[in-house]
Design a protein. Sequence first.
Length: 206
Amino acid sequence: MNELVTMPKIQIGANKETAEFLKQQVLEIENERLNGLRKALVIGAVLYQVQQSCEQGEFVKWLDDYNVSTGISRRSAYNYIGLTKEQKLIENVESVNEALKIVEKKNRQEKIKKLDRQAERVKEYKETGKKPDDWKRGTDDKAANLQQLQTCSKWQALYTAELEGDNKAVIHFAHHLNRQKTDTERFAELKVMALACKRMEAELKG
């Protein structure tokens, strides 16, 4: 974590001394050249150490309580920590803004990869009925349930359109849900699907 950072000789923790030190460091970042980035890395390292020493919820509370003293918002705090965690990635960068953009880009790419893999897991589960070995309890379950609810909502809209005699809407929704079937086949399964989805929706929300 601290490869490029010289830690300050203070009692680092969720305390006033740390808050005052951070405030001074923020004030000293007058430009965004290499010196400014080094100070940002020190801030991130100190914040990370405070975070690790805190119980759950204590770190955010400390940030909020000492926001005036440190001049650091929650978002800025996590940005500083992110920079410190990615020191090797940004070791040749000269400004804080440039470093932030590089780290944010990496985070976005990693998030996209995670979401893509989650979509693959949910798709495999829906097709096979078995959860993959790397299934993430909680997040993947929620994603699978959300897809089911979204599908239910489409079928409900389709059924409502059919009851109201809106043939254009029926064809639109039916075509969207299942492009392989004829209009007659789609109409035939509307009521059964709508009732089944209504029950499933109630179970998922319950």
